[in-house]
Design a binder for this molecule. Structure first.
Ligand code: BTN
Length: 245
């Protein structure tokens, strides 16, 4: 058993457990995996439904050689690492939705939540949630049309533990790549998987501003460019984008 892996049958949130571990000085690459979560956290204050047996819920403590101001870059690096791993093992073509959702065409298969605490300076936690063996009927009605799983994409049931081990390794490799090659190189790869490029998007900022326009994709800094109907280019730093109705 790897001493740097904390395996839990169930927990509130693997991100919370990993943040606690980081606070106690856990090393780069230390990971937490749980069979289920009862208070799984999503981006923008949403919750992440985490039933037992069908999903991968894990968090990795990272200590990148990066200014803390550049930690948002980790979202893109983690998304790319997840996509590369899935493609390599299962022969799929995994897409990415800005800033860090795992997609197949217009359906979400997973998401990433980066968190840090003031007390865990120089470290962050990369939380990864993936729908792995979920069957269509298992998704709640309200998301069934918009959600997918690796099972639904590949047609086969997947060993969650093997996927976790591979993902953790690839994440550490990708962070080392970011440190040596720089963020622009990561973004070049990321853009090749952009499922929303050229699509008409709606962006709702955290403060409630609404912009509708065509996605031009993210730039080398990770800012999403959207051209609204009046020709104005908006550079979006945060918030949520969806396909425009
Ligand atoms: C999102 O798309 O909103 C991000 C979802 C991230 C969910 C994962 S599951 C493992 C880790 N622990 C959490 O509480 N959240 C992340």
């Amino acid at each position: 058993m790897d001493p740097d892996i904390i395996r839990l049958e169930s927990t509130d949130s693997t991100n919370r457990v990993a943040l606690d571990a980081a606070e106690r000085g856990a090393a780069h690459g230390t990971a937490v995996i749980a069979g289920s979560q009862h208070a799984g956290r999503g981006r923008l204050g949403k919750s992440w439904i985490s039933p037992s047996g069908t999903g991968l819920y894990c968090s990795v403590v990272v200590r990148p050689e990066l200014d803390a101001a550049n930690y948002p870059q980790l979202s893109f690096v983690a998304g790319l690492a997840v996509a590369v791993t899935i493609d390599r093992i299962y022969g799929l073509h995994t897409g990415l939705k800005w800033p860090n959702d795992i997609y197949f065409s217009t359906k979400k298969c997973g998401g990433i939540l980066i968190e840090s605490r003031p007390a865990t300076a120089m470290s962050a936690v990369v939380g990864i949630g993936l729908n792995v063996n979920t069957e269509a009927a298992m998704f709640p009605d309200e998301i069934r049309e918009r959600a997918t799983s690796l099972f639904l994409q590949s047609g086969r049931k997947i060993d969650i533990e093997s996927l976790f081990v591979a993902l953790r390794k690839e994440l550490v490799t990708h962070i080392a790549w970011l440190e040596t090659a720089g963020f622009a190189v990561i973004m070049k790869q990321w853009r090749q998987r952009d499922v929303f490029l050229g699509k008409r998007l709606e962006w709702l900022s955290v403060s409630g501003e609404r912009v509708v326009g065509e996605s031009l994709g993210p730039d080398d800094q990770g800012l999403l460019h959207v051209r609204s109907d009046d020709g104005k280019i908006h550079q979006i730093l945060s918030g949520d984008v969806t396909l425009a109705p």
